[in-house]
Design a protein around this ligand. Structure first.
Ligand SMILES: *Cc1c(COP(=O)(O)O)cnc(C)c1O
Length: 273
């Protein structure tokens, strides 16, 4: 989710543009924060390249790995210092717990983070810990199915005349597919973004017609969800900036679940027709 707080540093339109990333550094830059694949446009950022750029300038490099999950992508081994996950999403996987995790391989950063966590009291309740531990036991199997289903649905969407564009990092027409292939292992995740022809009315009609994809903002659960970034998750961004970023009114975001993929495809087909 985009932060509503005032920006504490410079942000750039896309950290998949490495020159822009390099140019965004100032003498005061202490941390680089990237997300890959990004929400909702699924841009892919070259983690190893950003880590090299960040390290060369003495900055801490953080990666939000929520969309990829630890099954598909391990930023620490690509040079990042801190990895974050919203456990609310794939790690929890059942849309019944809210949590987050920071992971580091630096003793110093680990101690500092632990001190802050202890000082502010940001700890999970025992029941939430139980749910998350239980969920991690099926994470790899769930992610495998999310990936298989999403790959099939992305290919199906790409063949439909009502669809203008499909964005899925696993498709060779994705602008950063080669980077995704290099840094993601054996799958490209369960998130798909697509633009419908006909803008907001077409998107609204589609969202109202799908039956198996529930209209909701979260993602990463076993059940399929669908949402409309321009009027839901990213509505707080002004329209001109939203459009400059590529979040158009016809854009819909799918969180593909682990249901039978033929059922999901039939549902989409019916809603489009
Ligand atoms: C949802 C999400 C967050 C925020 O996590 P919460 O658990 O909802 O606080 C951060 N980053 C990404 C990529 C997310 O999808």
């Amino acid at each position: 989710m985009m932060s509503m707080a005032a920006p504490i540093g410079r942000s750039i339109k896309s950290s998949s543009d490495l020159d822009a990333t390099e140019a965004a550094f100032t003498p005061k830059t202490k941390m680089v924060w990237i997300e890959t694949p990004t929400n909702p446009l699924l841009k892919v950022v070259d983690i190893a390249a950003v880590a090299r750029i960040g390290k060369a300038r003495g900055a801490i490099v953080c990666v939000d790995n929520t969309f990829a999950t630890p099954v598909l992508q391990n930023p620490l081994s690509l040079g990042a210092d801190i990895v974050s996950h919203s456990c609310t999403k794939y790690i929890g996987g059942h849309s019944d717990v809210i949590g987050g995790v920071l992971i580091t391989n630096s003793d110093e950063l680990g101690e500092r983070l632990h001190y802050i966590q202890n000082a502010v009291g940001a700890i999970s309740a025992p029941w939430d810990c139980f749910l998350l531990l239980r969920s991690t036991k099926t994470l790899h199997v769930r992610v495998q199915r999310h990936c298989e289903n999403a790959a099939k649905i992305a290919d199906f969407l790409a063949q439909q005349s009502q669809i203008e564009r499909v964005i899925y990092p696993g498709r060779t027409d994705h602008p950063q597919h080669e980077v995704a292939k290099k840094q993601m292992r054996g799958g490209y995740g369960g998130m798909i973004t697509a633009t419908l022809k006909g803008g907001l009315p077409a998107a609204r009609n589609f969202l109202e017609r799908v039956q198996l994809f529930s209209l909701a903002e979260s993602l990463g659960g076993v059940e399929s969800l669908i949402e409309h970034p321009a009027i839901m998750t990213h509505a707080s961004i002004d329209k001109p900036l939203r459009e400059a970023l590529g979040i158009s009114d016809g854009l819909v975001r799918f969180s593909v679940g682990i249901e039978d993929v033929d059922d999901l495809i039939a549902d989409i087909a019916e809603a489009l027709g």
